[in-house]
Design a protein around this ligand. Structure first.
Ligand SMILES: C[S@@+](CC[C@H](N)C(=O)[O-])C[C@H]1O[C@@H](n2cnc3c(N)ncnc32)[C@H](O)[C@@H]1O
Length: 280
């Protein structure tokens, strides 16, 4: 992208709408990601596209945000974190929730579904539903396309090779065409919804575990802190926040305790300051 103003405009649009920071050094990245949108909307260049954006073209703005977001994911990404979920977090939760028999989990930026489905498979391994547990597993993402893909639950051979053992693939997927489809029993455990984490979280409550992985690192410090404070509001008093283990996210110390055993894991502080709720 030759025009600095165009890049600046795009970067600001993206920051305002999704929290994502482009950084000055990535005009070529922007150009590559936007090429399909330029073609789809019939523009001759990125410059033309940006000109149209400047006139407040809403559908175009949504397509641009969609194209610019990094949505790579994998089943059981950061394996250690999922081992910790299965062997540490989950047994603790099951003991503490034994009276209610209800678990509430939110995957805040679920991309094409590998993360919530990994959680669902672990819960199913533990046969929780047949033991009478009610599971609320909510998965959201800003990208409509990603959420649609996630709900569809169909993955290429490359995608299933990333993180799934043969046993798991055979247990929870069915071969279909060239790829694999997640079984309905797992798919139905997850409620998907398109949602921007910069918006009000008022519709979420008492989450036992919040996975917010590999998205906050693209936000600036202020937005990240604000999102993390909001997340603390909608967590159960003994709730756990899971960030990506390679992200160096430090949540506000008045809302979360210092990292637990493994990097990326935080406990909500019971004495976290109460914040004013906004209705969604
Ligand atoms: C790199 S993927 C991470 C997926 C998954 N959490 C993981 O760790 O494998 C980042 C995801 O964040 C989503 N995202 C970016 N900004 C967002 C926002 N403001 N609200 C919700 N999701 C957002 C993107 O659409 C993308 O699917």
């Amino acid at each position: 992208m030759k025009d600095k103003d165009d890049f600046g405009f795009l970067a600001e649009l993206l920051r305002r709408r999704s929290g994502l920071m482009l950084g000055n050094q990535r005009p070529r990245f922007a150009e590559t990601r936007l090429a399909p949108v330029v073609r789809r909307f019939g523009f001759k260049s990125t410059h033309e596209l940006v000109n149209d954006l400047r006139h407040g073209h809403e559908t175009l703005a949504e397509a641009v945000v969609e194209a610019m977001t990094v949505n790579d994911s994998a089943f059981f990404r950061d394996r250690k974190m999922f081992d910790e979920f299965r062997d540490g977090m989950l047994p603790g939760l099951l003991a503490r929730r034994a009276d209610k028999k209800r678990l509430r989990i939110w995957c805040a930026a679920c991309a094409s579904g590998q993360e919530p489905y990994s959680v669902a498979m672990l819960l199913e391994d533990a046969a929780l539903r047949s033991l009478g547990w009610k599971i609320d597993l909510i998965a959201t993402d800003i990208s409509t396309d990603s959420v649609a893909r996630a709900e569809n639950g169909y993955y290429s051979p490359f995608e299933v090779q990333r993180g799934l053992s043969d046993w798991r693939l055979n247990e929870y997927f069915t071969k279909e065409g060239d790829g694999w489809r997640i079984k309905d029993s797992i798919r139905r455990m997850v409620v998907f919804r398109q949602f921007n984490i910069l918006d009000s979280l008022g519709w979420l409550w008492e989450m036992d575990v919040v996975f917010c992985r590999n998205v906050l690192m693209y936000f600036d410090h202020k937005m990240r802190a604000s999102v993390l404070e909001q997340i603390s509001d909608i967590m159960a008093p003994d709730g756990t926040l899971v960030t990506g283990s390679a992200e160096t996210i430090v949540p506000p110390a008045s809302f979360y305790s210092r990292p637990e055993r493994i990097p990326g894991l935080y406990s909500k502080l019971r004495e976290a300051p109460a914040r004013r709720r906004t209705a969604s």
